[in-house]
Write a protein that binds this ligand. Structure first.
Ligand SMILES: NCc1[nH]cc(CCC(=O)O)c1CC(=O)O
Length: 313
């Protein structure tokens, strides 16, 4: 086969670069005839660091400029943290592989306390995620939650500067960047159910690029893909496009059964609507959609309408 150079569009954050380098190495290991280059792109989301994400248009801000680079041919593919991938794709682009999932949990990080339970009354917890805030406040209503933005390094530096007693970050991001030793413990999913797709990488490319789609096929991990697609069905039905207090987590069990749990919480932690169900792994998307309907009829519709400023039908 003719030698082909592939370009990965990537943000310039340490985590995005690690992820792009990881997929570059995988692709070059799998295919002798290809060479992979990275194209660094500064997105709107990287430029505006002082405002909570939800206020400036959510995670789509990080993805749009990468998508434009693929659409106009400057790049061939983009590597995403699945939890940042919007539910819909522009005409001409699609998600073509979900790679083997890493640690899906949220990590508790603190310089003084080993667990959430050890935090003193009224302790200050840093997170800008509505999903983490809702669940942590439901578990510990006395905590004070303060905004925490920036990339992983910045967030750890803010903890070290004494602005917070503890912070919560994705375990996988910390592991990828070599900060594993900062993790005091991984929060159990009974306290903090992960975000849709957390810990998994996904690859997006042009739908017309059949040759590339074939090259990417071996990177798709069937178990991870079935789990993440079921989780995404919940988010999709709930219109969870940008930052939302929605969690969904799927596990595979014996006999190809998929166990899916989901929740929607009010950011103050006063209300958490929880659902779960089991189905054959081939039908995870159907289950996700049904569980999302259940959430809406339990009252999640009101919580989401308050956040979105419109009703989910
Ligand atoms: N929200 C940003 C983001 N997007 C993906 C990860 C970590 C990697 C992953 O979840 O796959 C993080 C950092 C975090 O939430 O702490």
């Amino acid at each position: 086969m003719a030698k082909r150079t592939l370009r990965i569009a990537t943000r310039n954050s340490a985590l995005a670069l690690w992820q792009a380098e990881h997929i570059k190495a995988e692709l070059e290991r799998l295919h002798d005839h290809i060479e992979v280059e990275l194209l660094g792109i500064k997105t709107q989301g990287d430029k505006i660091l002082d405002v909570p994400l939800a206020k400036i248009g959510g995670k789509a801000l990080f993805v749009k400029e990468l998508e434009n680079a693929m659409l106009d041919g400057r790049a061939d593919l983009a590597v995403h943290s699945m939890k940042d991938v919007p539910m819909t794709f522009p005409e001409g682009l699609d998600l073509v592989a979900i790679c083997e999932r890493g640690d899906p949990t949220d990590a508790f990080i603190s310089n003084h306390y080993d667990t959430v339970d050890e935090l003193p009354e009224g302790a200050v917890l840093g997170t800008s995620s509505m999903r983490r805030e809702a669940q942590m406040r439901a578990y510990r209503p006395d905590l004070t939650v303060r905004t925490l933005r920036g990339n992983v390094n910045t967030r750890l530096a803010k903890l070290d500067a004494g602005e917070y007693d503890a912070i919560v970050l994705a375990s996988s991001g910390l592991r990828r960047l070599g900060f594993e030793e900062r993790i005091r413990y991984c929060l159990p999913d009974t306290i903090c159910l992960p975000a849709v797709g957390q810990g998994a990488l996904g690859i997006e490319c042009r739908t017309e690029d059949r040759e590339l789609i074939d090259l990417l096929k071996p990177l798709n991990h069937a178990d991870s893909s079935d789990r993440v697609h079921a989780e995404r069905a919940i988010n999709k039905r709930l219109d969870g496009g940008c930052q939302v207090p929605i969690a969904a987590y799927a596990l595979l069990e014996d006999d190809d059964r998929l166990w899916l749990r989901g929740l929607v919480g009010s950011v103050d932690g006063q209300t958490i609507h929880r659902v779960e169900g089991r189905i054959h792994r081939d039908n995870g998307v159907q289950l996700g959609t049904e569980l999302a309907e259940d959430l809406l009829s339990m009252g999640a519709d009101r919580i989401l309408a308050d956040i979105y400023g419109y009703d989910v039908h």
